[in-house]
Every structure is written in C-alpha cells, then in structure tokens.
Design a protein around this ligand. Structure first.
Ligand SMILES: O=P(O)(O)OC[C@H]1O[C@](O)(CO)[C@@H](O)[C@@H]1O
Length: 424
C-alpha cells in the first residue's frame, strides 16, 4: 500500500506534526478518552485462537448444509462483512463459499417479505450479530428468521443453524442464545462495533462466504506492523491524519473517498461509518462522502469539479486488477473507438482516474492518492487497519472521543416515543 500526498499543498503542515504525534501517542498508549475501546489495536496478533477454530468449524458446517447464510446486523455488525464480501465475491458469480444475504440493516418490510419468500426454496442458516444485543433493526429481523428456521427445520435442527455473535455475558441476545442453546461467538468488550470486523463479527460470515480469513488477518497484522510506528515520516497513517486535519482547518469540510473499481463500493460504506461515528461530534468533523467512478463522474462529478470549494478527495487506486479485457479493432469503427484498440480496459480506467485527478486539482480539490496492490484479503485487511489508526489519531487531533457515538441515540429516542415503547 502506498499513499501519495503530492497533490496537496503541504505548506503549513509542520505545525500539525507535533499535534499528530501527540494524538498518536495518546492512541497507542491508551491514555485518551475512549481508551476502553482500543482492543482492536493488538487484536490481529491476539486473537482468541479457540474461538477462531470454532469459527472455521461452524463455517464448514454452514457451507455443507446451507445454500445461504442470512447475516443479520447493522452498522459495525454489518458493514465490515458486507465490504469484504462484496469486494471478494466476484461481480456475477461467487467462485467459492456460500452466499451471504443480509437482513436487519434497515427496517423495510418489503425487503424482509421478499427475503423470507426467497428463503422458502433455499437451505439456510442464520448468523445474528449485535454487540449490544438490543438494536431494533436486527432484533426485528431475527424474530422473523428464527420463526422461519423453526418452522422449516423444527426447533432442534434450527438450533444447529442459528449462530449468535454478541456480548460475552450480557444483553437480550445473549440471554436468548443461552435459553435456546445456540452456538455463540463473542464481540469483545474492548472493541467498538465499527472496529469489529477483525472479531467473530466479520470473521464468521466472511469465512462462510469463502474469504480466506487467515490472509485477511495477515493483512491486519501487516497494517499493525506499519501503522503503529511512532514516526511522522515513516507512518503514513499519522501523516494522513495530520493532513486531513490541516485541510479541515483550511475550510475543506468534506472528504470524498473515490474508487474506480465497483467492488470497492462497500469499503467506502464501511469507511463512512468509521469516520462519521468517530469524528462527527461536538459540532465538529469532516463529512465523509464516497463516489464510485466513473459512474459518479456523471452525477456528483459536477459538484466536485465546480460546486462549493469545501471538498478534498482521497482516491483509492487498485494497482493490479484481478482480471482485465482488451479492446479490439473494429473494421467499421462507427463508434470511433479504434484509437483505443489494443488497450486494456484497466488502462482506459486509469487514464480516466488520472484525468479526473488533474481536473479536480485544477478545480481546487486537493487530492490524496492511496494505492493498494490488489483487491485481496491481505491488501484489504491492511487498508482497514490503516483507516482505523487514521481515525483514532485524527479524532484525538480534532479534540473528540473517537470511540463513542452518542449522537446515534437521538433518532432511537424519537422513534421509540413515536412507536410507544414502554419507558419512552
Ligand atoms: O452491534 P449493535 O450493538 O447491534 O450495534 C450496531 C451499530 O449500532 C450503533 O451502535 C449505532 O446505533 C453502531 O455504532 C453499531 O455499529
């Protein structure tokens, strides 16, 4: 992985250096606000190996008896899995593993209706994931899925097909799992939801989906080696955090994460939760937005090029696409594309990216270029760990607690009042 800051005016960055190193120290030495939730820093080298083996065993069982694993969860109990599954599964055909379908990540009755209908012809298992065990969206979805599993397979066999990932000791879901006798996996106390893809939250469904979780963990380990170095020059996570903060203080309120490979779409969705819940508080924070190019060059591109100048971009480039296709000569050339004959589509895509970067710099949009070697488990693991360190350093630089999310409670309170939930 490589990060290039040459398209950002770095004048004045020196004054952010000490602040970023202090923030990094606060993070690594666990002396700041939210330090109870820093288990993710060392988790790549400190996994519960007994649970890890159970994850692999349960995955084999699910792959053998199910066409589909219904993965129930929202926020951090959904997005990391979706991001990696979406990146690794193949665009049209899954090459290995069992299909994941998602539930409990919104409240659409139509979606759940269709899902239950779809499952009628499928053999399925369920993994319900909720750290708190009380989140409304997954709780509602699980009520339906549990009923369907019990109707289809009978109560005893349903127990073999329902897997619960939740708090080690407490919560409604933990109580229910104990009562029903479901196999459980743990969301560690010291890891917040949006940092939890490295735990059973992500590892169980991803293993079922055919993702090589050993390599994924290796990617996290590589990230830990590189991004926990206490050096502004050698640790790009610290430098990136400093540059983001400098841009923010210079009036760039919005960071756009850009990709040119559609399979990275949900990496951006994961990134949005990570940065929004970590930084968006106390009236502060960069607003995280994402675009999928070149698709969005034909929509949001106008705004980025020409709208209010409060934006900077981080472009995610893939060095080596997994597959490619070459444009052929056409004897009629009615579409005028023969000038591209012999070119790989990845070349055209790369020129679109380079051209867009040039255009956006011209339009006063600072550009950071983050290149990953490929879309592999290892590269993605390292990338996720990198962003996690960046958000920790960045949040402390901003003067907020990056590891809580008090703002998300307000919609719940209002919704519960409207729904007439007892106690509201
Ligand atoms: O895993 P849980 O407890 O269901 O929470 C899901 C998500 O909901 C939030 O708490 C926000 O409500 C996120 O931070 C979290 O990732």
């Amino acid at each position: 992985m490589n990060i290039d800051f040459t398209n950002v005016d770095l004048t004045g960055l020196d004054s952010y250096k000490d602040k970023s190193l202090d923030a990094f120290k606060t993070l690594i030495e666990k002396t700041g606000e939210g330090s109870d939730f820093l288990g993710w820093i060392d988790r790549p080298v400190d996994l519960d190996m007994q649970e890890y083996e159970r994850i692999k065993k349960a995955s084999k069982k699910i792959q053998t008896n199910s066409d589909v694993l219904v993965t129930i969860g929202i926020g951090g109990s959904y997005l990391g899995t979706k991001a990696i599954d979406y990146a690794m599964a193949g665009y049209f055909r899954r090459e290995n593993g069992t299909q994941l379908v998602y539930a409990g990540h919104q409240l659409s009755g139509e979606y759940l209706y269709d899902l239950l209908d779809f499952l009628k012809e499928k053999e399925f298992s369920v993994n319900v994931i909720s750290k708190s065990g009380t989140t409304t969206e997954p709780a509602i979805a699980f009520r339906f899925l549990k009923e369907m599993a019990e109707e289809k397979y009978g109560k005893e066999e349903a127990k073999n097909r329902i897997f619960v990932t939740t708090d080690r000791q407490k919560g409604a879901l933990k109580d229910l799992a104990t009562k029903e006798g479901y196999e459980t996996f743990v969301v560690p106390d010291d890891i917040g939801g949006r940092f939890s893809v490295i735990s059973a939250v992500g590892l169980l469904p991803l293993c079922v989906a055919g993702v090589d979780i050993d390599k994924f963990v290796d990617g996290f380990k590589n990230g830990r080696k590189k991004y926990t170095i206490n050096s502004f020059e050698e640790n790009d996570a610290i430098k990136y955090a400093a540059i983001r903060n400098m841009l923010y203080e210079n009036g760039k309120d919005i960071e756009v994460l850009v990709n040119y490979e559609p399979k990275l779409k949900y990496i951006s969705e994961w990134w949005k939760q990570l940065f929004a819940e970590s930084e968006g508080k106390d009236g502060k924070g960069l607003f995280p937005v994402s675009v999928n190019n070149t698709t969005d060059l034909h929509s949001l591109g106008q705004m980025i090029q020409d709208g209010k100048r409060n934006i900077f971009e981080t472009v995610l480039k893939v060095q080596k696409p997994d597959k490619d296709i070459t444009i052929k000569e056409d004897s009629d050339n009615l579409d005028g594309l023969n000038y591209l004959a012999g070119r790989d589509l990845s070349y055209v895509n790369e020129k679109a990216m380079e051209g867009t970067i040039l255009a956006h710099i011209k339009g006063n949009v600072p550009n950071i270029l983050l290149t990953i070697d490929d879309v592999s488990e290892e590269s993605l693991g390292e990338l996720l760990y990198f962003f996690e360190v960046v958000v920790g350093v960045s949040g402390y630089m901003l003067g907020v607690n990056p590891f809580n999310q008090p703002g998300v409670e307000e919609y719940k309170t209002q919704m519960f009042k409207l729904l007439g939930k007892p106690g509201y």
